[in-house]
Design a protein around this ligand. Structure first.
Ligand code: PFF
Length: 434
């Protein structure tokens, strides 16, 4: 095994992979339904504000952290300060736990690609979904297939795996998203959906919405798990990353917007409710697909689109523990990936079954799936981000000078990194735990 660290083939490979990481189920599955539950346009405005300000700082810092240290997560923290390595293990741990619930939805998507292709049964989509998620054999098999695909491409390495999959899937994703959005905008009364997204109703502004937008912003930018740090550590050029960072932020924003513009016009056109929650994509949209011409074809394209988005993000998560195992324990990539397959499967299968036969197992009043989602989203992701900002700002001396030329922006960045963002994160963790 060669000890040489891999690097991206070009700067664009890194940008594409980072966009692939950012744009995922968070943008296309989660964003529309959280927006639907939180008042539409005001949520969008708040989310935009957060990704351009508060979340931008830790995102750039995470990339810089990897780029400066050129090490996987734990090594990078150790480089900054020996003692910091202990808490940094929470990054790969989070990057094992998040896929354990993220890939459950990935499994649902695989199933929906197949049933869209075969043709939706005339059954009520909500009955269909609940029957599928409760199936103790089919649902775990779908989760395992999704996990296997992600592990397979992670095991192939940076060039043949991660770069390859992003080069293929990201353009496909863009084309499919644009075509479906145009088709959706041509449906009768689609303007009602656009109104919902773009006409603010400020009475919907409340603290719950604010927190939902902040959590969503962090999640869609892939901050807090070491993915961007690990990807950043493979950058070889010594160029400024500010343009790259803006490209990632704007791409994530555009994908979320397009997802909203694809989903809400269709939902409103058929007089369906925009606030159906997590079932928006799996229950509400199939109702639309069952009524439009060539519905099965459109549904298949839609679920393939979701699949591409989920795979490129999933791989970026797996790269974190994979790189840690390869560089610290010195296992080969293949062995590291086999190990990860087993560990994630052992957590993801109970998480999948918690929609059915394990549904009665409740810890702190939450099912296994809900518990993993809660612990990672509300505690681990903000805690990792807090720790990363702290170490980068105070030990690694990450500084606004490394990113901006303008003095004001440099100062805003430095104050943001050392004080404002950490305070907001502490508040976020406190609220999340309440
Ligand atoms: N940003 C991804 C999404 O929106 O689906 C999720 C994600 C990927 C979060 C990688 C964190 C991460 F490190």
């Amino acid at each position: 095994m060669s000890n040489k660290r891999p690097t991206w083939t070009s700067k664009y490979s890194f940008i594409l992979a980072a966009i692939g990481s950012a744009v995922g189920l968070g943008n296309i599955w989660r964003f529309p339904y959280v927006m639907g539950q939180n008042g539409g346009c005001v949520f969008l405005i708040t989310y935009m504000f957060f990704i351009l300000t508060i979340c931008f700082i830790p995102m750039v810092t995470e990339i810089l952290f990897g780029k400066i240290t050129k090490k996987e997560c734990v090594g990078a923290f150790e480089h900054a300060n020996k003692k910091c390595k202990y808490l940094s293990y929470l990054n790969p741990v989070t990057a094992v736990l998040v896929p354990s619930f993220y890939f459950v939805i990935g499994g649902w998507i695989i199933h929906y690609i197949i049933i869209s292709f075969i043709g939706f049964k005339s059954k009520n989509p909500s009955v269909y979904l609940s029957e599928f998620v409760q199936n103790p054999i089919l649902a775990p098999i779908c989760t395992l297939i999704f996990l296997f695909i992600c592990i397979f491409f992670t095991a192939r390495g940076i060039k043949k795996g991660i770069e390859f999959i992003n080069n293929v899937m990201m353009p496909m994703l863009v084309v499919m998203l644009v075509i479906l959005t145009i088709a959706s905008l041509h449906l009768p009364n689609s303007y009602l959906g656009l109104q919902y997204i773009f006409k603010p109703d400020f009475t919907k502004f409340n603290s719950h919405m604010l927190l939902a937008a902040l959590g969503q912003a962090f999640f869609t930018l892939s901050v807090g798990m070491g993915s961007l740090l690990t990807y950043g550590s493979y950058i070889k050029e010594d160029k400024s990353i500010v343009k790259t960072a803006y490209t990632i932020v704007f791409s994530s924003l555009i994908f979320s917007l397009l997802a909203g513009m694809m989903i809400f016009p269709a939902v409103f056109s058929f007089n369906l409710a925009p606030d159906a929650g997590a079932g928006l994509v799996f229950v509400t949209l199939p109702k639309v697909f069952m009524q439009i011409p060539h519905g099965n074809f459109v549904a298949t394209v839609f679920f393939i689109l979701l699949f591409c988005a989920a795979i490129t993000s999933g791989i970026s998560m797996l790269e974190v523990p994979c790189a840690t195992i390869v560089e610290r324990i010195k296992l080969s990539r293949i062995k590291a990936c086999l190990f990860l397959f087993v560990i994630i499967a052992l957590i993801a299968i109970p998480a999948t079954l918690s929609f059915g036969i394990l549904g009665d197992i409740k810890i702190f009043d939450k099912t296994i799936f809900e518990l993993i989602d809660f612990i990672t989203s509300n505690i681990f992701l903000p805690l990792n981000t807090l720790f990363m900002c702290f170490v980068a700002g105070w030990f690694l001396n990450v500084n606004g000078d490394m990113i901006f030329k303008n003095r004001v922006l440099v100062n805003v960045f430095n104050i943001g990194l050392k004080y404002v963002v950490p305070l907001i994160l502490i508040f976020l963790i406190y609220i999340g735990l309440k």
